[in-house]
Design a protein around this ligand. Structure first.
Ligand SMILES: NC(=O)C1=CN([C@@H]2O[C@H](COP(=O)(O)OP(=O)(O)OC[C@H]3O[C@@H](n4cnc5c(N)ncnc54)[C@H](O)[C@@H]3O)[C@@H](O)[C@H]2O)C=CC1
Ligand SMILES: O=C(O)CCC(=O)C(=O)O
Length: 530
């Protein structure tokens, strides 16, 4: 079979490239121009970028085969995630792989800016031994204000605690418990933080809310001689405001790894000796790059096999453990979804999903998305993916409702119940996991069963009387079809019953036709492929 193709448009670690090569055809084009990428992107199933490649609508529209954009790193401000979602393209990143390096770079920028390390080094190498211009300040006993106490902000907090600093933080989106855990005093506003901080370091994503969040007004409220660090994203501290602050000496030093415009070559901030700059090196350590490269390669390979990947950006965020726990339920939901269009040929108008039992305490959106993906796959093929299944369902006028119940109504601990409606009828199915954690169908339209949702499943309606089931099984045998498992169920004695039969091989159309002629069989048996 032809190997799927990935293009890597920026430098990633060799370990990542090697891993990709084990499964995919790899086109490693570090620094490829935008024009060329636009020209050839339609040949690839996956694209791996860092922070330079702009993944926008123009690119995605041309990327006819693209299934995944892998961001070898954390920030995704160079990727239009909404556009990717609309086109069904997965976006995945590696948020935990470079956080230590970014936190350490923050500390490095802080220390080197307040001790004039880079400037002194330049001076000395230029042949001047002098100490006078370089007197710095200590961290000890001072207050650092951290804006954004997420992965990196919290690591910076714990590291600066070791310098005996008072750590204060502003982050309106996290719990009080998180402030306590990282030994940070909670500030109710950015204004409150800047008034108290001797040093300010920002660790938020860059978005509409955070762009220029530290501007002239906020810096105006800061202590005289405040010192700042930005190792997150250019523009969170407005460069124009910082420039004015440095000119007026309100701001005494700055450590900057990131800039409003990158690559930054002639940035006016470079004129200040008290400003230490690095060319976006926060994640540039051997350790982080190895982790990032391997992690993104693993995710791309998984995504191209149709598997769920751990750091999907355009799906609800989940903890790794939660995803591990939910994985078999994701498969179950997808297989349940897959049943409807194999049984019915009429358009779905509504889907109602219920998650009962302990699974309901999880982020179940992923299960709903998986169900919808399974539902739409028979009609839309691989155009539907985990990331656009909800949108695709909406586009088709399908109303989707999901709700959770703490207790399962049946003897199964966890249960997924799905009711799929067309304008007249309803298909009701329920599933759970077997002891071995395989997907199990436990009810279909009120008939109880316990059938593996795997391979081929024959659903046969029959009259509930003797000499129907046996001859049917014999007829299957006569056609060379082996029965792997079989359940029979009825609601009321003597009325209609159902057989649900796992078979080892495909039952072809003419055979289904023949089987439907057997005495006591109602309608044509339906073959589900799961
Ligand atoms: N310089 C470099 O090479 C690197 C830079 N980064 C950047 O570092 C930044 C932080 O990354 P992580 O800690 O992994 O992100 P994260 O998502 O774990 O944490 C961000 C925190 O910011 C908070 N936040 C969001 N909006 C806020 C607002 N308006 N005010 C205050 N807090 C707000 C969030 O609640 C969250 O706790 C990102 O911008 C990322 O792109 C990450 C890795 C390397
Ligand atoms: O090294 C890179 O690609 C950029 C790192 C970064 O800024 C990130 O991961 O957000």
């Amino acid at each position: 079979m032809e190997r799927k193709k990935v293009i890597v448009s920026e430098r990633i670690a060799d370990e990542g490239i090697e891993l990709l090569k084990t499964e995919l055809e790899v086109d490693y084009r570090d620094g490829i121009s935008r024009e060329e990428l636009l020209e050839i992107i339609d040949q690839y199933d996956a694209l791996i970028v860092r922070s330079v490649t702009q993944v926008d609508e123009e690119l995605i529209r041309r990327a006819k085969r693209l299934k995944i954009v892998g961001r070898a790193g954390n920030g995704i401000d160079n990727i239009d995630v909404d556009v990717c979602t609309r086109y069904g393209v997965i976006v995945a990143n590696t948020p935990d792989s470079n956080t230590i390096s970014a936190a350490e770079q923050t500390i490095s920028l802080l220390l080197s800016s307040i001790r004039n390390t880079a400037w002194a080094s330049e001076y000395l190498k230029g042949g001047t031994w002098d100490r006078k211009p370089f007197r710095g300040v200590e961290l000890y006993g001072k207050t650092v204000g951290i804006v954004g106490l997420g992965r990196i902000g919290s690591m910076v907090a714990t590291r600066l605690k070791a310098f005996n600093m008072r750590v204060i933080a502003y982050d309106p989106y996290i719990s009080d418990e998180r402030f306590t855990r990282f030994g940070a005093e909670k500030m109710e506003s950015l204004e409150e933080l800047v008034k108290e901080a001797d040093f300010i370091t920002v660790h938020t994503p860059r978005n509409e809310e955070t762009m220029h969040m530290i501007d002239e007004r906020i810096l105006g409220l800061a202590k005289e001689g405040v010192r700042v660090v930005n190792c997150a994203r250019g523009g969170i501290i407005k460069e124009e405001a910082l420039l004015k602050g440095l000119e007026s000496k309100k701001v005494l030093s700055a450590g900057l790894d990131v800039f409003e415009k990158e690559p930054a070559i002639d940035n006016p901030l470079f004129q200040f000796k008290s400003v230490v700059v690095t060319p976006h090196l926060g994640a540039d350590t051997f350790e982080a790059q190895k982790r990032v490269g391997e992690n993104i390669a693993e995710q791309v390979i998984k995504a191209l096999k149709g598997e769920i990947v751990p750091n999907l950006v355009n799906l609800p965020a989940m903890l790794k453990d939660e995803l591990e726990y939910l994985k078999p339920y994701i498969t179950l939901a997808e297989k349940l979804g897959n049943i409807y269009y194999q049984m019915e040929k009429s358009a779905v108008s509504r889907v109602e999903l219920t998650y009962s039992g302990p699974i309901s305490s999880n982020e179940t959106e992923i299960l709903t998305v998986a169900f919808l993906k399974g539902l739409l796959e028979p009609v839309m093929g691989d155009k539907v993916s985990y990331v656009n299944a909800r949108l695709m369902a909406e586009d088709r006028g399908i109303k989707v409702f999901d709700h959770k119940e703490e207790q399962s109504p049946k003897r199964y601990k966890n249960l997924i119940t799905a009711r799929v409606f067309d304008h007249e009828r309803e298909l009701a199915i329920e599933g759970t996991l077997s002891r071995a954690r395989f997907p199990l169908l436990v009810e279909i339209n009120g008939y109880e069963t316990e059938s593996n949702l795997e391979g081929y499943l024959l659903v046969v309606e029959n009259e509930d009387r003797p000499r129907v089931i046996g001859p049917f099984a014999t007829a299957l045998g006569d056609e060379g079809i082996n029965i792997a498992g079989m359940k029979v169920a009825r609601k009321t004695k003597g009325e209609k019953a159902i057989m649900i039969i796992n078979v080892d091989n495909k039952v072809e159309e003419p055979v289904l036709e023949k089987l439907s002629q057997l005495d006591g069989i109602v309608g044509k048996p339906i073959l589900l492929q799961l």
